[in-house]
Design a protein around this ligand. Structure first.
Ligand SMILES: NC(=O)c1ccc[n+]([C@@H]2O[C@H](COP(=O)([O-])OP(=O)(O)OC[C@H]3O[C@@H](n4cnc5c(N)ncnc54)[C@H](O)[C@@H]3O)[C@@H](O)[C@H]2O)c1
Length: 287
């Protein structure tokens, strides 16, 4: 097999926006696709089958092979049911693209527990539940590609998005370890940080900028990361409007002390600790 041809892919939240484009491209490249979408609104309220059904129709009418799933990624039962859909329809699962997402934007000062939890549940727990349900299958078959969807809001911060940013950096933490644990089973895990014109961004960027950010630009990256040939793992790649770039933590040369330094020692070497000249890519402790 080459690319993603003949592979079975689950794309969560693929009833619209970026996920729809990913699902269409997977199908175009010969993968069988589970189009999962809860079918709710941008803030995660509501549900329905139309969004997923529409994308499945689009794929199947174009000669592809897709089935719909309407389960909620935010629960363990939902994660299991999504993976089960792939197994029932296509006999196996090779690729998990965690894309489903919602927004509950509010400044931290006004954040309540429900706003915090709802966003963490869909993005972070959602990526966990679906990937956790898929993991034994992938390990057992010695093949798997996992993609999570992060955001510059998590990587760098964004006003009014502390819940979303926490969730989005959480999924990067997850794939950093999945890359280490999956390596010997040929299971790779990476993150994409998209920037695209969807219902999520329609009111936060000017129209002329949105016009340059067709979500279709992001999908070739997602499909490449999901392909047989791609051995990259544990990386974050940004994609938007035709630009693609790796994002990685850099670690400064810093300062070293033979014993526990005093607070004054830290203060007096602060410039050296913070200096990024000669910084190198951050590395895991093991692996
Ligand atoms: N658009 C951007 O610029 C941008 C930037 C950074 C990250 N992202 C991320 O990309 C992903 C896709 O977002 P989008 O911009 O296409 O927005 P979108 O709202 O069009 O897509 C999100 C999809 O997820 C579905 N969904 C929501 N909760 C779900 C749940 N619990 N279970 C199953 N499906 C659920 C929605 O129904 C929707 O179709 C999200 O994870 C988002 O955070 C988008």
């Amino acid at each position: 097999m080459a690319g993603v041809e003949g592979r079975v892919a689950v794309v969560t939240g693929s009833g619209g926006g970026l996920g729809r484009q990913h699902a269409l491209l997977f199908a175009q490249r010969g993968a069988k696709v589970v189009v999962n979408d809860l079918g709710g609104s941008r803030d995660g309220t509501g549900a329905g089958s139309e969004m997923a059904d529409r994308v499945v129709d689009e794929i199947n009418r174009g000669g592809g092979d897709a089935v719909a799933n309407y389960d909620n990624v935010a629960t363990p039962e939902g994660g299991k049911a999504i993976v089960q859909s792939a197994v029932e329809a296509f006999g196996t699962l090779d690729i998990v693209v965690n894309n489903a997402g919602i927004l509950r934007d509010v400044t931290f000062h006004k954040m309540d527990d429900a706003q915090w939890d709802a966003v963490l549940k869909v993005h972070l727990y959602g990526s966990y539940h679906v990937t956790r349900a898929a993991w034994p299958l992938l390990r057992e078959k010695n093949y798997g590609r996992v993609v999570v969807t992060t955001s510059t809001s998590g990587l760098y911060g964004n006003f009014g998005q502390s819940n979303y940013g926490a969730a989005k950096l959480g999924v990067v933490g997850m794939i950093n370890t999945l890359a280490l644990e999956g390596r010997k089973y040929n299971v790779h895990a990476n993150a994409v940080a998209p920037i695209a014109a969807t219902r999520m961004t329609e009111d936060i960027m000017p129209e002329e900028v949105l016009a340059t950010l067709d979500p279709a630009f992001v999908s070739p990256l997602v499909v490449h990361l999901s392909s047989e040939e791609c051995s990259t793992s544990g990386e974050v790649v940004l994609a938007g409007g035709g630009n693609y770039a790796r994002v990685h933590y850099m670690q400064a040369k810093g300062a070293a002390f033979p014993g526990v330094p005093s607070v004054d020692d830290i203060a007096s070497t602060w410039d050296q600790i913070m200096d990024m000249d000669g910084a190198e890519l951050g590395q895991p402790l093991s692996g």
